[in-house]
Design a protein around this ligand. Structure first.
Ligand code: HEM
Length: 231
C-alpha cells in the first residue's frame, strides 16, 4: 500500500517527490502577495479607490502570514542541509544561507510591522491622511522581498544549494548511454538540451554544451564560494 502510494506520487508529482525540502513550495506566496499588494496600493492611491486599498490590505495580511510560514520552512531547509554535511553549519558555503536568512527575517519582520500599522490605519479610518507613508512602506517591503529572494535564488541557481550533484551526473551519464533518459514514465531531457534525441548535435557521441560529465558536478559548488558574510 505504501509502495503503491509512493509510486503514484512519483508518477503524478515527480517534481514534488524530488524536492530536497518544503521551502521551494512556499517561497512564491510571500513574493507574489507582497509585490501585488504594492501594485494594488499604488492603484488605490493613484485612483483614490478605497476598494483597491481593501484588496491591498488582505494581500499584505496573507503575504505576512505566508512569509512567517516560509521562514519556518527556510529554517527547516537550512538545518536539513547542515545535517547532510559533516561540518554542519560550518560547511563551506553555508554562510551564504545565513545572508539569505538575515534578509528574509528582516523582510518578514518588516511585513509584520507594516501589517500592524495598516491594521491601525484601517481601524482608525486614517487612510486618506496616511496613504503616502503607507505606500512608501509597501514599496520598501517589495524592495526587501526582491533583494532577499534574489539571494535565495542565487543559493540554488548559482551555488546549487539543495541540488544533488549526483542527479545532474546521472542525467548526463544516462543521456550519453541512451537516446534520452526516462523518469516517472515521461520522457525527460537534460535542462537546456532539446527534447528530441534526433536533433542534430545531440546524439550520444556529441558533447553537450552544458556537459560537465568529466566532473559530473555544477560548475560552481557551495564549497568554492568561501565566506561572503559581508554581502
Ligand atoms: C519570506 C521568507 C523567504 C522567502 C520569500 C525565501 C525565498 C527563497 C527563494 C526564492 C529561494 C530559491 C528557491 C528556488 O528557486 O527553488 C530560496 C531558497 C532557499 N532559502 Fe529561502 N526564503 C525565505 C526565508 C528563508 C529563511 C528564513 C531561510 C533560513 C536559512 C531560508 C533558506 C533557504 C535555503 C537553504 C534555500 C536553498 C534551497 C532549499 O534548500 O530549499 N529561506 N528561498
Amino acid at each position: 500500500m505504501i509502495e503503491e502510494t509512493s509510486l503514484m506520487m512519483k508518477t503524478l508529482f515527480p517534481g514534488l517527490v524530488a524536492l530536497p525540502n518544503l521551502h521551494p513550495l512556499f517561497v512564491h506566496f510571500p513574493i507574489a502577495l507582497f509585490l501585488s499588494a504594492l501594485g494594488m496600493e499604488a492603484l488605490a492611491v493613484a485612483l483614490r479607490r478605497e476598494k483597491c486599498h481593501t484588496v491591498a490590505t488582505w494581500m499584505l495580511y496573507l503575504g505576512t502570514a505566508s512569509a512567517l510560514l516560509t521562514v519556518l520552512t527556510g529554517l527547516g531547509a537550512e538545518f536539513s542541509l547542515a545535517a547532510l554535511h559533516a561540518q554542519g553549519h560550518d560547511a563551506p558555503g553555508h554562510d551564504y544561507i545565513h545572508i539569505h536568512r538575515r534578509w528574509m527575517i528582516t523582510t518578514t519582520l518588516f511585513g509584520v510591522g507594516l501589517s500592524c500599522y495598516l491594521y491601525w490605519i484601517n481601524t482608525k479610518e486614517k487612510w486618506s491622511t496616511h496613504r503616502w507613508v503607507l505606500l512608501i512602506g509597501f514599496l520598501m517591503l517589495a524592495m526587501l522581498t526582491a533583494l532577499g529572494a534574489d539571494r535565495g535564488a542565487r543559493l540554488v541557481y548559482e551555488f546549487g544549494t539543495g541540488v544533488n550533484p549526483d542527479i545532474i551526473k546521472t542525467g548526463h551519464i544516462e543521456k550519453q548511454s541512451t537516446t534520452g533518459y526516462t523518469q516517472g514514465g515521461e520522457e525527460a531531457h537534460t535542462p537546456g538540451a532539446p527534447a528530441s534525441s534526433s536533433t542534430p548535435g545531440t546524439d550520444a557521441s556529441t558533447p553537450h554544451p552544458h556537459d560537465n560529465s568529466d566532473t559530473g558536478t555544477n560548475p560552481i559548488r557551495p564549497g568554492e564560494q568561501g565566506g561572503r558574510e559581508g554581502e
